[in-house]
Design a protein around this ligand. Structure first.
Ligand SMILES: *Cc1c(COP(=O)(O)O)cnc(C)c1O
Length: 376
């Protein structure tokens, strides 16, 4: 097996993959309606539930062909009962996306906004549920990937359940990285895609959640044809297949990625992401960069650094310098502050970050940015 040029992706997914995962896509052509393929999917669906410690009697996973946003669409449009409202607990770009999904479907919703650098005010969340007994679905984001803030989903879920609503959490940027226990974390539905924590490829996304609620949703209004959770679940249960063509090669890669996940182990993998994250923060601190999110609120996977006040600073130039040398950095996703992000998602370790900062520092020096960087 010839090794493939390795790029260190510090963007928030897709993430750096191993060569074994890359090569797992190269398989003989197969029709996904063959039994051989169906049996692969059964194991895959169970493994996805096991990653979040879900009891297979109570929880299941439903696969979709699409990037991660398809999961937000599916959960919101499929899990809202007739006559009920959605509550979005929103402190960042990905929860705003869920609010947009509500707008596009014309669903009644409350977009409860909080500052992007603070966790939601739980008293206000509770008061909103108390004042609006017609809230049937509450949605938030675990790690707001736009900033890297960690939301207290376990506490939020406790409140949501006290008011009898369903709780969906966008865990796309924590799943298979930061340990999650779906039941203990009071989550009814969570979601992710193969190209982030699992370190496979884009094209396979999945919703993991409570079977009973999916069964109930059978009678909820059908708002989408392609993105209906119950329809896809029911087809899987009856036939073992996806309703429409699955991303065949991505599924092979994901199966290999799952092998590598179990070989490394949940604890060791999280320890590795933490090492990478710490190395990123040390590197940024050393160069004097300020960050948006206070250390105690960080989810441990995404660093959001603020642009220095230096007329020579050019994200583009620094990006291009690093990119040409195999390192990809990424712009931020906050409308009010100019930031860039460095993420600890992929099949990388602290050595890669040490190598990155050598290049990053060169990029600053060669573009004439003062070190340590300055702020007004
Ligand atoms: C990456 C990500 C998504 C999905 O984005 P796509 O571009 O559709 O893959 C959704 N939510 C969060 C929190 C993410 O980090």
């Amino acid at each position: 097996m010839e090794s493939i040029k390795r790029n260190v992706l510090l963007n928030p997914g897709p993430s750096t993959t191993t060569d074994t995962v890359k090569y797992a896509q190269v398989v003989p052509d197969i029709c996904p309606r063959e039994k051989d393929f169906g049996s692969l999917m059964k194991g895959l669906r169970e493994d996805l539930v096991k990653i979040v410690h879900g009891d297979l009697e109570k929880y299941t996973s439903v696969l979709f062909c699409g990037s991660g946003t398809i999961n937000i669409d599916v959960c919101i449009n499929s899990l809202l009962p007739e006559g009920k409202k959605v509550l979005i607990i929103n402190n960042g770009a990905y929860s705003s996306r869920a609010a947009e999904v509500c707008e596009y479907y014309g669903l009644p919703h409350i977009n409860l906004k909080f500052p992007v650098d603070e966790t939601p005010d739980l008293d206000l969340v509770e008061q909103t549920l108390k004042d609006n007994p017609d809230i049937g679905l509450v949605h938030t984001t675990h790690n707001e990937t736009g900033t890297g803030i960690l939301n207290p989903v376990r506490k939020i879920g406790q409140i949501v359940h006290r008011y009898g609503a369903t709780f969906t959490v966008d865990t796309t940027s924590t799943y298979a990285m930061r340990p999650i226990n779906i039941e203990e974390d009071n989550i009814d539905f969570l979601m992710a895609s193969a190209q982030k924590g699992l370190c496979a490829f884009t094209g396979l996304s999945f919703v993991i959640g409570n079977k009973k609620i999916i069964e109930q949703s059978r009678n909820y209004p059908k708002r989408s044809y392609y993105c209906n959770l119950y329809m896809q679940y029911d087809f899987f249960e009856r036939t073992g297949e996806m309703h429409f063509t699955p991303p065949v090669q991505t599924i092979y890669a994901t199966l290999q990625a799952l092998k590598e996940y179990w070989n490394e182990g949940e604890e060791a993998k999280w320890a590795r992401h933490t090492r990478v994250f710490n190395a990123i923060n040390e590197g940024l601190d050393e160069l004097g960069f300020r960050q948006v999110i206070k250390p105690e609120l960080r989810a441990g996977l995404v660093s959001s650094a603020i642009y220095p006040d230096d007329t020579n600073w050019s994200f583009e130039k620094v990006h291009d310098y690093c990119y040409e040398r195999g390192f990809t950095i990424y712009p931020g996703k906050i409308s009010t502050t100019n930031t860039f992000r460095l993420c600890a998602l992929g099949a990388i370790d602290e050595g890669d970050i040490k190598d990155f900062f050598v290049v990053f520092k060169e990029a600053l020096v060669s573009t004439g940015v003062q070190i340590p960087v300055v702020y007004k």
